[in-house]
Design a protein around this ligand. Structure first.
Ligand code: CUA
Length: 159
């Protein structure tokens, strides 16, 4: 019947979208490399007592071809990322963004890419990407997190 045909077509479209999100390149010359996560105590994140890179968040060079960026999201800023503290990373290099929250749920999204994750207290979001094109990208909190949500953002400078 027609209905079955349309249902099948719709399902194919949905599968197609998921495949695009999972395997597609991130746009603007950004390639997703890996995706994983972990657990962490949000109270320890708040007090800077996790014994991890979150205690002094920022960009950490692992070697010439891999950098890790520890980012703490909190009402209403990214550290680093917001205000006069942009995230500065090299182009053409594997960069792992490791993001967690010190309080409530936030979002972590980099404009012109499909780097986009929820930031859930107690969890570490891990996104590895490679920026082929230098430039300044916007950083946006896309999960409602309170009165200052609309102003929670920042920038990523790829040099
Ligand atoms: Cu943080 Cu919305």
């Amino acid at each position: 019947s027609f209905e079955k045909v349309w249902l099948g077509a719709a399902l194919l479209l949905i599968v197609g979208f998921i495949a695009t999100v999972t395997y597609g390149t991130a746009g603007a010359g950004v390639k997703m490399v890996d995706d994983s996560g972990g657990e962490i105590d949000p109270e320890a994140v708040k007090s800077g007592d996790t014994g991890t890179g979150f205690d002094d968040p920022g960009v950490v060079r692992q070697n010439d071809s891999h950098y890790v960026v520890y980012v703490v999201a909190q009402q209403f800023q990214f550290v680093p990322g917001s205000g006069d503290n942009p995230i500065r990373i090299p182009a053409d290099t594997r960069v792992t963004f490791r993001v967690t929250s010190a309080d409530v749920m936030h979002g972590f999204s980099i404009t012109e890419t499909n780097i986009n994750t929820m930031v859930i207290p107690g969890q570490v979001a891990d996104i590895t990407a490679k920026f082929d094109e230098p430039g300044t990208y916007g950083l946006v909190c896309h999960e409602y997190c309170g009165a200052g949500h609309h102003a929670m953002g920042g920038s990523v400078e790829v040099v």
